[in-house]
Unconditional design. Structure first.
Length: 151
């Protein structure tokens, strides 16, 4: 033997002595505790997947609602701007055509009355829309809680 080789003795090559035999128990696939743990894990995984699906659905619905609201707001701004420009143009044309100061003052008074009526109408519409949005938001906030309590 060379000095680089490890020295082997009959004792170092011998197999270890067997210890006490493991206690027999249920096979891992039939262990009730393991089955319950796997069932719990699967239930949690399914609940998380369902929750993520609901969040994705709510996100898509919110995005759709937001897009619709933005389009409606754009149409409202366009209508209001057109209405205002038409009213201003009519006032200017009327003032240019008026021959007397009382006629000019009457045109201006009519213009201001229309502006006031429009502002009040716009205010009432916006108020109703805001109240509807608040009601919708409250209902949306209450629905998930009701779903959690019934589960």
């Amino acid at each position: 033997m060379s000095s680089n080789e490890p020295e082997t003795t009959p004792d170092s090559r011998a197999a270890p002595e067997p210890g006490p035999a493991p206690e027999p128990g249920p096979a891992p696939e039939t262990d009730p505790a393991l089955r319950r743990a796997e069932a719990a894990r699967d239930a949690v995984t399914e609940a998380l997947e369902d929750h993520l699906d609901r969040l994705a659905t709510l996100s898509r619905a919110a995005r759709t609602d937001l897009d619709a609201d933005l389009q409606a707001a754009g149409r409202l701004v366009a209508r209001t701007t057109h209405r205002q420009l038409a009213a201003n143009l009519a006032l200017v044309e009327g003032l240019m055509a008026a021959r007397t100061l009382p006629a000019m003052l009457q045109l201006q008074q009519d213009f201001l009355r229309r502006q006031m009526d429009w502002a009040l109408g716009d205010w009432e519409r916006m108020r109703a829309q805001a109240l509807d949005l608040l009601k919708e938001g409250r209902q949306g906030a209450e629905e998930p809680d009701a779903g959690r309590r019934s589960s």
